[in-house]
Structures are given as C-alpha cells and as structure tokens.
Design a protein around this ligand. Sequence first.
Ligand code: 1CP
Length: 363
Amino acid sequence: MTRVSPTAPPAQPALLCALAGHRPSRPPVWFMRQAGRSLPEYRRVREGIAMLDACVRPDLVAEITCQPVRRHDVDAAIFFSDIMVPLKLAGVDVDIRPGIGPVLAQPPRTAADVRALTTLAPDGLGVIEDAARACIAELGDPTDPEATPLIAFAGAPFTLAAYVVEGRGTRDHLAARTLMHADPEAWDALMTWAGDLAIAFIRAQIRGGATVAQLFDSWAGSLSRADYARYCLPYSARVFSALAADGVPTIHFGTGTGPFLDLLATAGPTCVGVDYRLGLDEAIDRLRAIGRPSPLVVQGNIDPALLSCPTPVLRAHARAVVEAGMGADGHIVNLGHGVPPSTDPDCLSDLVAYIHSLRPGKD
Ligand code: 1CP
C-alpha cells in the first residue's frame, strides 16, 4: 500500500499533522485523563462542587480543560466532562459518586423500560457548546496553527449501554452481555440510542470549536471478538460515519481490545488508540495487514504503571514507544489508558519535555 510522504507537513498543530499521516517536527503528546484528579489545581477548583454540576459550568469546564495545557505543555486539550453527561442531559437519573463512579438510580429492567429510555433526547447541549467555546478562548482559534487543538469525546455505545444496563461500573458487564443475546431487539434500540447521544454530545463540542473527536470504549475488552463484531461494531461505526461526514478526524480507543484491534480500525476512525497491553509495533503490523486506517495513524501507548518508575526507566520506555510509532504514518504519543490519580504532575511535565526532545530515528 502507498505510504504517505513524511515531508513538508502543512502548517498546522502537531496533533492534526499526525492525524493526517504526516510527521510533525516534534512528536505530539497528550494524556487520557490529563484533566482531573492528578492535579492539585483541579482538586482546588472542584472543592465542594459535584462532578456532574461542574460539567455544566462553562467557566469551570474551560479552567479545568486548560489546566494540563498550562502545566504540561501537551499538544492537545481534552474537553473536561464525562461520558455520563449526555445521559444526564437526556434526563436519566445518574450521579457520579466519589470513589465509585457513575451510578444510575433506576437501571432499566425490562424491554419496556429500555423502550421508554430510548425515547429520551439530550436537552441543554447549548451549555456544552458554550463550555467548548470558553475553552477555545484560551486555547486559540482552531484556524491558528499555533493554537492547541481541543479534543471532543464521548463514550462509545457499548460502554454507555453497559453503564445503563448495569446501573454502575462492573467488572464483567454480565447484564449487558446477557441482554444483547437475550433480546437483540431491545439491544439494538439501546445501542442506536447510545450512538445518537454520543454523536449529539460530540457535535455540541465541535460546534464550540473542538477539531478532533475521540470515542472511548472502555468496557469493550470484556467482549468476545464475535460479540463485539455483531453487537457493538456496527453502532460505533455509525458514530464514526456521522463524524466523518462532519469532516472531523477521529480516534477510537478501547481498553483491553488488543485481540480485536483490527475491528476497532474497521469502525472507521482516522486513528486507532492502542492500550498498554499490546506492543505498539505489533499493533501497527496488524493494522498494516488490513490496510486500515489509511494513512495508518495510531495513538498510545505508554504503560501508566511506568509513571511511578524511576525517570530513566520511564524515559527508556517512552523512547521505545516513540521509536515503535515510526512504523506508522502518523503517531500521537499517549498513555495506554488514563493518568492514575496518584501520578506526580511533575513527572508528566518532565515526560512531555522529554518526548518533545526526541527526534525519532536519530540520536
Ligand atoms: O470527582 C472527580 O474528580 C471524579 C473523577 C472523574 C473525572 C475527573 C470522573 C468520574 N470523570 C472525570 C473526567 C473524565 N471522564 C474525562 C475528562 C478529563 C480527561 O480525560 O482529561 C473523560 C474523557 C472521562 C471519560 C470517562 N468517564 C470514561 C472513559 C475513559 C476511561 O478512563 O476509560 C469512563 C469509563 C468514565 C466513567 C467514570 N467517570 C468517573 C469515574 C471515576 C469513571 C470510571 C468509573 C468506573 O471505573 O466504573
């Protein structure tokens, strides 16, 4: 297959350059879950404000979104929100409890419950758009090559549906996996609805100025390849096809999805996020073999556990990840999952500076 020429990348932020399959002058890097619990300035501004209340305050969202950009010099901001926000805006009684995570007051128990739920549409997306616009006021106009791009995100249909059916995060998502087989019709309605919420939530962020979108399928790793292919992939593919029509480059990340990484690519994103369990070189080989995405753009996959290792150990690992990324057309450096809350923020700043100092392939 044709490889995209690494020469003469257009004048645009490093993140967008990599997403177009080019090699910017320095490797772009950002961290999943960079905005949040690892930062003392985050804990300070969130004091006494419930998570889902914080997500509908544009001033606070913009402040928290920009904190890691100011502190770490990362190449992208991720919109501060949560995958549960579109559910909340649709009127679902959901709360995010400290130390637990999302909890639904009344998870649907019958096919009729599912049907009633899927008639709900998000209301108040204007606040999300306003919040994204407030982020852009600090990050810079998206047409400016010096601006820091804002990444929109949403939970993928399966991860949203799993929370809805289970009522909270679980390890094996038993009830969700039961429903897809026991009542494929109810499952189809639930997944189509979850996809619509994801599209609406991301589009509101794009209207406010986000120029990239990432879909998080955090729980997809609990599925077999066959179940993912039949009961999840078509719904995620629908989200990517809607966003492609909007002309926004997209990233598809799933935790523990190494065994079916090719299917994540088949869903149609611009870039595939690789979690820390799979070697980046192996991931690239597998994606090359199927010719998707084209150009081949990957994101990842520094093991978050190494953030607590001595600096030389972390740097050697980060360097190996950057070198492995040279096998793709474009590479966005990131973690292979989110920043652990206990991470020393200085370690992240140091890691960004180190990655920016690397000229992959040269000494
Ligand atoms: O009070 C707090 O500080 C709550 C902690 C917190 C934060 C900071 C939650 C609750 N959500 C968030 C922000 C968040 N969540 C962001 C924006 C910030 C950033 O990434 O920098 C994003 C993208 C998410 C996405 C998210 N929420 C995912 C997908 C990503 C992943 O880590 O796999 C998932 C699964 C959630 C649900 C959720 N929300 C919060 C928690 C603690 C959880 C996970 C709970 C569980 O494991 O069941």
